[in-house]
Design a protein around this ligand. Structure first.
Ligand SMILES: [Zn+2]
Length: 392
């Protein structure tokens, strides 16, 4: 991965928040690091943590996109026995130094407990691809050695922050190169913005080189045009499942087509996504269309209902039964979206996920989050609260 840090431009930046904006944008512009609102960064200045606010993308973030939160309050929160994510968001808001700032990232406590000024967090494709295999932890350990702190998957939010807090109580932070959250992403940190950024690029480049060396994707097809009648039927049926008009677009790259023809497509697709938050955009799995559109959609809605019933409790409210995408065997993937923005988000996520799945399958096997972990994220209390507000 290319290091895009421009020393002469950076030397014109006079304050740490401006530096924070600059390297955050550098990270955000790299699609193999973060996509559409993924990842977050922070800087500590005079007892205040400036952390990415929700609703901002790293790619286009500006100073006002960073929420200033009282650092000591956040560190105290990490030592609480328990805290719901709703309570956490409320307390983080109360600790804001500026009342019109955006909500601090749900990862704010984790940023606060890392004792360095600049903290960078991304969902780097290459690192999560290696981690999303049955022996991913061993591979990551071997690749990065003992100075990388490796944390098993935990739902992002208070529980993840608390777990890192407990694990690092007696650790010498100066010896750490970074933190890898299995099936999720990576953290780097330093008191210098450039060093934190350089560490991210170096660690990710190492994973990219590893994949280059050990994974070898054999493309089995080039991608083909989808049948017009099939697309019309899909458009009509998915619109009715979603209760609003959807557009259908096709990704028929060689990689998408190759995965659509994979003998074990279903096993791969049901084994979780690239990084946890993607489930909110594309659901835990999609549909598979072999010959018959109606069969494919029926199988999807049945599988989604089973997933819901198995994992839900009475406090949950079920989301719609419309797939966000469907593999069309021998063609590629159909994307279902309500507008251009959603089309871009889903298409980008799928393009990166398909590539990661093929690489992981070539290393050993793709396996990411379990259905219950996916459910926990898709039906996260904060997302459900938004929904209940919408329907009131
Ligand atoms: Zn994350």
């Amino acid at each position: 991965m290319q290091n895009n840090f421009d020393t002469s431009y950076a030397s014109s930046l006079t304050d740490p928040l401006a530096m924070r904006v600059y390297t955050s944008q550098l990270l955000g512009r790299e699609e193999d690091l973060v996509l559409h609102g993924g990842g977050n960064t922070s800087v500590k200045i005079d007892g205040v943590l400036y952390v990415k606010g929700s609703g901002w993308n790293l790619q286009s973030i500006e100073k006002e996109g960073f929420a200033p939160v009282d650092l000591a309050t956040l560190i105290d929160m990490a030592s609480l026995e328990s805290l719901s994510d709703t309570q956490m968001v409320k307390q983080q808001r109360e600790a804001l130094k500026k009342s019109d700032a955006p909500n601090p990232s749900i990862e704010a406590i984790l940023h606060a407990i890392i004792p360095f000024d600049f903290v960078d967090h991304t969902h780097a494709d290459a690192v999560v691809t290696i981690s999303n295999t049955p022996d991913g932890k061993e591979r990551i350990e071997k690749l990065y050695g003992e100075n990388m702190l490796i944390i098993e998957y935990i739902m992002p939010g208070f529980l993840l922050a608390k777990s890192v807090y407990e694990r690092t109580k007696s650790i010498d932070w100066n010896k750490l190169d970074g933190i890898i959250l299995l099936n999720h992403g990576i953290f780097t940190f330093d008191n210098d913005a450039k060093n934190a950024y350089d560490k991210m690029i170096d660690i990710v480049s190492k994973a990219e080189d590893y994949l280059e060396q050990y994974s070898d994707i054999t493309l089995t097809c080039k991608g083909a045009e989808a049948d017009r009648f099939m697309l019309e039927t899909l458009q009509k049926k998915v619109s009715s499942l979603r209760n609003r008009a959807v557009n259908v677009s096709i990704i028929n790259s060689a990689q998408a087509c190759t995965l659509s023809e994979h003998k074990e497509l279903e096993r791969i697709m049901y084994s979780g996504g690239l990084t946890p938050e993607h489930v909110i955009r594309i659901k835990p799995f999609g549909a598979v269309i072999k010959d018959d559109v109606l069969d494919g959609l029926f199988n999807f809605t049945k599988a989604y209902q089973d997933y819901y019933v198995t994992n839900a409790s009475s406090k949950h409210q079920r989301l719609d039964l419309a797939p966000r995408y469907a593999f069309i065997v021998g063609v590629g993937v159909a994307v279902f979206s309500i507008d251009k923005r959603e089309e871009k988000v889903i298409s980008d996520i799928l393009t990166h996920t398909i590539s990661a799945m093929l690489k992981a399958e070539s290393l050993s096997r793709w396996t990411s989050l379990s259905p219950s972990e996916l459910f926990e994220m898709e039906y996260w209390e904060l997302e459900q609260a938004k929904l209940q507000k919408d329907t009131k």
